[in-house]
Design a protein around this ligand. Structure first.
Ligand code: PMP
Length: 356
């Protein structure tokens, strides 16, 4: 810490991203919920030399083609979409914009670990709402709260989805509060709350192209809501970083959103791979939480989460392990290609033999 750092940030505990290894040779990377398939073919074709030459020019602060493609895909008006440099930036903007009078944000105790960091960096109060014993969310815990609610659906790292009817209950019980649904993983089997935007003026949906569109490295996230809420987010964006998306990301995101067939094919493959993988893990004695995401959260009665994580690591397979005592017996495993999952299952059989 230098002597110049503002004392407001002395106690700030930054977010710790999942490991991004420098040398990927031989590694099976199943730790940060990336998509194992390439971006859509048109994305690859669009990023050509002509576009690279244009990098001397600023990008479009409106990200117009991307906004148009997103509005088209979701069937909403263009004034109902805003784009961020990854959904992490959209989240940062909304934590800045929507503290409301109480200064509180309500979210599940076990959820995306960036939310409490945003609260501390923007001086808001984090209200962590416990999950039920089976790791699901009880919607009634969020009825009549005083602050902004943010729910990841499906939740991370559990993978458990909330039904739209439950989200509607939360919206109806909080007409004066903003309800944010972070749908980073929604395309792998859950229902999107975008369809509720017509009915509720206190709903904001956050999405990303990192997972179901294979664009984690391009950094494209979206906010979808009514015109007024999007105007508020743009007010923050234009006060902070007007060219927040670079030219190549705008292009990549636009093309990815246009190729609906490729999107549907790849997410269907991932869902199928998940179902096969879950059955294999259960046959080996694992408990796997019911996942609607591109990852599963699994635990084995005879093996500590930390041990399993380390033994997979020794075999060049990286998954995610969280130190929080409430979930430290679990590991989170991203769904990769069928070949990657088979390799993980084989390694797991060996590890279980060793542990016996
Ligand atoms: N929300 C959740 C729940 C996530 O797990 C992630 C990915 N770590 C994000 C948002 C951010 O994703 P990105 O910034 O890549 O859009």
């Amino acid at each position: 810490m230098s002597r110049f750092l503002s004392n407001k940030y002395e106690d700030l505990e930054p977010y710790t991203p999942g490991e991004q290894p420098k040398n990927m040779k031989k590694l099976i990377k199943l730790n940060t919920n990336e998509n194992p398939y390439d971006p859509a073919p048109e994305v690859m074709l669009a990023i050509n030399n002509e576009e690279i030459e244009k990098l001397r020019l600023y990008s479009d602060p409106e990200a117009a083609p991307l906004i148009e493609a997103a509005a088209g895909f979701y069937g909403v008006g263009r004034d109902m979409v805003m784009a961020g440099n990854g959904s992490d930036e959209v989240l940062a903007f909304l934590f800045m914009a929507f503290q409301q009078k109480s200064g509180r944000f309500y979210f599940p105790e076990i959820s995306y670990s960036f939310y409490p960091v945003y609260c501390s960096v923007f001086g808001a109060e984090a209200v962590k709402v416990p999950l039920k014993e089976d790791f699901s969310i009880d919607p009634s815990d969020y009825y009549g709260v005083d602050g902004t609610i943010i729910i990841t659906n499906p939740n991370a790292p559990t993978g458990i989805a909330l039904a739209l009817a439950d989200i509607e209950e939360i919206l109806q019980h909080n007409p004066e509060q903003l309800v944010v649904i972070d749908e980073a993983y929604v395309d792998f089997g859950a229902e999107s709350a975008v369809s509720l935007l017509d009915k509720y003026d206190n709903l904001l949906v956050v999405q990303t192209l990192s997972k179901s569109r294979s664009l984690a490295g391009a950094r494209v996230g979206l906010a979808i809501s009514n015109k007024e809420i999007i105007e508020d987010l743009n007010r923050i964006k234009f006060s902070f970083n007007p060219y927040n998306l670079n030219r190549l990301s705008i292009l990549a995101g636009t093309e990815a959103l246009k190729d609906v067939e490729y999107f549907n094919d790849t997410r269907t493959w991932i869902i199928k791979t998940r179902e096969t993988f879950v059955a294999q893990m259960e046959a080996l004695g694992f408990t796997v939480l019911p996942s609607k995401a591109n990852f599963v959260f699994a635990t084995h009665p005879d093996m500590a989460g930390q041990t399993y994580f380390e033994k997979l690591r020794e075999r060049q397979i990286i998954v995610r392990h969280f130190k929080d005592p409430k979930i430290c017996e679990y590991v989170r495993i991203t769904i990769g290609t069928p070949e990657a999952m088979d390799a993980l299952v084989e390694a797991t059989k060996e590890i279980l033999e060793e542990e016996r």
